[in-house]
Design a protein around this ligand. Structure first.
Ligand SMILES: Nc1ncnc2c1ncn2[C@@H]1O[C@H](COP(=O)(O)OP(=O)(O)OP(=O)(O)O)[C@@H](O)[C@H]1O
Ligand SMILES: [Mg+2]
Length: 453
């Protein structure tokens, strides 16, 4: 029995992967445009790229697929992760180590050539010609015996670019700098920008850099002061995927697991889901985030493939699945939500905040005005399912504005929930919160009441 459930779990974890990036192109849904952009970039000499967007939208998944495509095109690809407190020299040292570039010099006294490294791992050496002056970027200090005492110059973008130059085998390099948003140091941003400029000289280097990280703008990722070399750098912003892609992730996964999705039910009684099919409900909760299609899919499959689930995904299965989804969601989101709720005094104030948050999650995903939210509040309170959850709650337009404003404030415990986009437009600072609150709202009434205590 236990073994069977382990097998089932293994099967599910191969199909739904909420916390692991996609690495097979056939599993990457709704990203045709981004992938063809990268195919172009890989074939544009000297072109570098930056891949950015909100958290968890699928940047690493795109980067993994780009890696596969590049490898098919004879690139040698290395993924290098960045960390908080990284400096340029720490990052470049890591790049050279992980790309297996042996950056120790080998001087050849018979000619004017100096080689950095005799090998890239076991793959071959990298050569560059000593400049006419004999001065080398990776300082070679000649002793009396002519043996070189060598100091790698990891802090110098031009030295690093040379060390990364094309492999002697003729292969080009692609370095993927992952989680670059963790880097905070401005000097590092400047030097990375400098390296991008240098590497855009394809003739000399044949090495591409793909910088990946969480950011609303490319400037934000490379530091407010980073001067981005526009011509050398293609910026690819990762946005949400469309509803069809979300639906496909869920449906394909269920089909692979042999689960059947319940057909739309005839209107029975009073449920929030009467007008929606199950798939529409799932898609609505995901707000364009593939992550949530995987998470909801995973939890539904666990129940449906469990002892008496009967392999059918029905609304009761979905509701039960949503209960565990809110527990499994990423800690950052759960903590921010709990802080917001706990910092409000009394059930009424908690409910009011929750209502405004939920109303905002029903607005346009990318930007909304305070008036849009107030209108959604009005609409929601007319709906049986929600008015049940917000019993006796009446929010005037004015009150809705003031709650909205309080959710824009950063407190000592949590970041602001909404951020200002432009003019009268706002958005969720972390759009995953819209998905989280829409899953929370579906919790069983008893759990819901407990939350607001
Ligand atoms: N286009 C897609 N099709 C199917 N699943 C996807 C797609 N993009 C992302 N996913 C899934 O969404 C989840 C998050 O993806 P990923 O880790 O690539 O996001 P990310 O933007 O790199 O996240 P972070 O900001 O935390 O680094 C993973 O479970 C991944 O399997
Ligand atoms: Mg990532």
């Amino acid at each position: 029995m236990e073994q069977k459930s382990e097998e089932v779990m293994l099967q599910i974890s191969k199909v739904f992967t909420p916390f692991v990036p996609i690495s097979k192109i056939e599993l990457l849904k709704g990203r045709k445009k981004e992938i063809s952009r990268f195919k172009e970039i890989l074939n544009l000499p000297g072109r570098q790229a930056i891949l950015y967007g909100d958290r968890a939208l699928g940047k690493s998944s795109i980067a993994r697929i780009v890696k596969n495509i590049a490898e098919e095109q004879d690139y040698v690809v290395t993924i290098v992760f960045c960390f908080r407190n990284d400096t340029y020299s720490l990052i470049s040292k890591r790049i050279l180590e992980e790309a297996e570039v042996d950056s120790a010099p080998h001087t050849d006294t018979s000619s004017k050539e100096t080689t950095i490294g005799s090998s890239i791992g076991a793959k071959g050496g990298i050569k560059f010609i000593a400049e006419a002056s004999g001065e080398l970027d990776g300082k070679v200090i000649m002793g009396s015996s002519q043996s070189a005492q060598y100091q790698p110059n990891y802090d110098d973008p031009s030295w690093v670019a040379k060390a990364l130059a094309k492999e002697p085998t003729g292969k080009r390099r692609l370095i993927i700098l992952e989680e670059y948003d963790r880097v905070e140091d401005d000097d590092t941003h400047d030097k990375i920008a400098e390296m991008v400029k240098l590497l855009s000289d394809e003739q000399s280097y044949g090495c591409k850099l793909l910088i990946v990280g969480v950011a609303k703008t490319s400037n934000e990722l490379l530091g407010a002061h980073g001067s981005l070399p526009g011509r050398a750098l293609t910026k690819v912003k990762v946005k949400r995927v469309d509803d069809t892609a979300i639906g496909t992730i869920f449906l394909d996964g269920m089909a692979k697991l042999g689960c059947e999705i319940a057909r739309p039910m005839p209107i029975l009684g009073k449920s929030s889901h009467n007008e929606e099919t199950l798939l529409e409900t799932v898609v609505g909760k995901c707000s364009g985030y593939p992550l949530y299609a995987h998470l909801i899919g995973q939890e539904c499959a666990k129940i449906a493939l469990g002892t008496d689930g009967g392999k059918r995904i029905t609304f009761p299965v979905l509701r039960k699945a949503l209960e565990s989804c809110v527990e499994l969601d990423e800690e950052e989101i759960v903590d921010q939500f709990n802080d917001i709720i706990e910092s409000s005094r009394g059930k009424k104030s908690k409910s009011q905040k929750m209502l405004v948050m939920f109303a905002a999650s029903r607005c346009n995903q990318d930007k909304f005005t305070i008036e849009d939210v107030a209108k959604q509040v009005e609409k929601l309170l007319k709906h049986d399912f929600y008015s049940n959850r917000f019993k006796g709650l009446a929010i005037s337009q004015q009150l809705s504005h003031s709650i909205f404003r309080s959710l824009m404030k950063t407190t000592k415990n949590h970041k602001a929930l909404f951020c200002h986009i432009k003019r009268t437009y706002y958005a969720f600072d972390d759009p995953r919160m819209a998905c989280y609150v829409s899953m929370i709202i579906d919790q069983p009434l008893a759990k819901w009441q407990e939350l607001l205590q």
